[in-house]
Every structure is written in C-alpha cells, then in structure tokens.
Design a binder for this molecule. Structure first.
Ligand code: MLT
Length: 312
C-alpha cells in the first residue's frame, strides 16, 4: 500500500479525547503493564505517557520506530532525555494545561495543613470530638515559594487573594516577573527559609532540586512552619520531613508526591503526624485532564506530521 498510517500508543491513564485523526491510528491502553509496552512498542511511531511509565533506555530501545515521546503533563523527569536525544527521539510535554489544577492542590494542602483537616477527620471518625485543636490563620502570614515558574506564579496570586505576603526564591526568573506578580525576591534559599511562615515548592525534579529541602533547610524554617510539596517527590527530602513532623518542629505538612510512587507500605511519611497526603492528584481535575489529553495528542501528531521540523 502507498501510504501507511502513523501509529501512536497512549500507555497511561488520561483523557485523550477523540482518537480518530486521518492518517493516524491511536491506541489507548490505560495502565499498560511495562512488559506489554516493551513487547508492543515496535509497532508504534510515538508513545504518550504520564508519570507512571519510566521511559528509560530499555524502553526507548524497545521501540525501533519511535520518533516522538509525549508526556501528558509538565514534568519530564520520568523520561531519560539524554537517551532519547541520542536516539533522535523528540520529547514533548503539555507545559501549561494542568498548571491551575496543580496550583490549586498546593493551596488546598496549605489550607488543610493550617486547619488540621486530615487530623480532625481521622480523630472524629474514631468517635472522638476534639475541639481543642487550634489552627493557623493564613491572612498576613508569609508564604515562601521555591520556583516562581508557571505553577509557582499561580500559587502566588491565589495566596495573595488570601491576603498572604509572598516571597519567592528562583534564580531563573527575572525581576520583571517578580515585580509584575508583586512577589518579593529572596536572593538565596537560606534567606527564603528564614523569612517565611509556610513553604511550598514548585520546581521540576533535577539534580539541583533533588533533596533541595533537606534536614538543614527544614531546620532553618521557623518552628511551627508548614511545608507543602505538590511538585515532585524528593524535592523535600522524605526522611527529613518525617523527622521534622515527629519532632514537632513543623506544625504540619501536605504531600501530593513521593520519590517512589506508590510509596512502600513502611514509608516513614505514612506514619508521620500532622501530614495530609494525596496520591499525585495535582493534575487530576476534569478540566486539566481534558486540556492535557487534547494538548499532548495535538503536539505529538503535529510532530509526526513534520510540523515541528517546519518550525511550527
Ligand atoms: C505533571 O508533571 O504535569 C504531573 O505529574 C501530571 C500527572 O499527574 O501526570
């Protein structure tokens, strides 16, 4: 036959929208087991994942026809970018579609932590009626943000809506953005940590940011601080966070992500006090998933059509 269709595999749970595009055959298999991905990959020109699938050299090498890997989301830390580029495989993400949802979940964790939501929920279900607990008001407190990119900026505006003062540390963002957002710049991480009541991180996971908030950094926060990580597991060191909760140095924390997901049954954070946990749900809203699915399918098909090489 003259013209063959281009084949795309979506191997993680998402909302890919309509899949009937002329010239393409798109197969959606949510939560496809890794062995099956490895076995089926030779059939495909492109692969679309979320964070669940580790796109390492073994997986890339299993796809001799692979030209594009699409990440239905922002973070590409699950993809070995060097290995992909050595193979000439283009890696694309959906950088904006889920930003509001991610930011809203970070604010949710902050508010829940400040008011002891998960603690009161758990205690009330055991038959107790504990009204002695006192939370913390957010108004006039200072929120520290590490990473004033797309998501961190949205968190800043929401926090300002709650009448909080916002300080951020981000050496990659220019003064104009700080000024536009009316966010005060901390010139070092130490300066940020010693001047805030609450801390939230919104960076990608890189060598630079891995365990960026460790034991020493948590100790620099004022006693009674709150820490939120709805970005990537491991930016806030997990053992150090568990310790800071057990010791009572932190008032509370909120975590949406783990270094290894799902966390092991005996993970120290699962038994840490005053910690609200969600299962990597930052991007999981109806709205974000509809946008992310449409955006990543659109970008991957455009790349396969050659639009990217034409500079579109
Ligand atoms: C992201 O990086 O955008 C999130 O991990 C989204 C997701 O849950 O896939």
């Amino acid at each position: 036959s003259a013209k063959s269709v281009l084949r795309v595999l979506i191997c993680d749970e998402m909302n890919p929208g309509p899949l009937d595009f002329e010239g393409f055959s798109i197969e959606y298999v949510p939560n496809m087991p890794r062995e099956e991905i490895l076995r089926r990959l030779p059939e495909f020109d492109a692969l679309i994942t979320r964070s669940r699938t580790r796109v390492d050299p073994e997986l890339l090498n299993a796809g001799p026809n692979l030209r594009v890997v699409g990440r239905g989301g922002v973070g590409v830390d699950n993809i070995d970018l060097d290995a992909a580029s050595r193979r000439g495989i283009l890696v694309l993400n959906a950088p904006e579609s889920n930003n509001v949802s991610a930011a809203e979940l970070a604010v949710t964790h902050l508010m829940a932590a400040a008011r002891g939501l998960t603690r009161s929920d758990a205690s009330t279900r055991t038959g107790k009626w504990d009204r002695k607990f006192l939370g913390i008001e957010l108004k006039d407190k200072t929120l520290g943000i590490v990473g004033l990119g797309r998501i961190g900026s949205i968190v800043a505006t929401r926090a300002q809506g709650l009448r909080m003062k916002v300080v951020a540390y981000d050496p990659y963002i220019g003064d104009a953005n700080f000024a536009r957002l009316e966010v005060q710049r901390a010139s070092s991480l130490a300066e940020l940590l010693t001047s805030v009541d609450f801390l939230t991180v919104h960076t990608p996971l890189t060598e630079e940011t891995s365990a960026m908030i460790g034991r020493d950094e948590l100790a620099m926060l004022r006693p009674g601080a709150i820490v939120v990580n709805a970005a990537r597991g491991g930016i806030v060191d997990e053992a150090a966070l568990a310790e800071a909760l057990h010791s009572g140095h932190l008032f509370a924390a909120g975590i949406d992500v783990f270094a290894e997901e799902p966390p092991a049954k005996d993970h120290p954070l699962l038994t840490a006090p005053n910690l609200g946990i969600t299962a990597h749900l930052g991007a999981n809203t109806f709205e974000a998933q509809e946008r992310v699915g449409a955006e990543i399918v659109d970008r991957v098909l455009a790349a396969l059509r050659g639009d990217v090489s034409r500079g579109a």
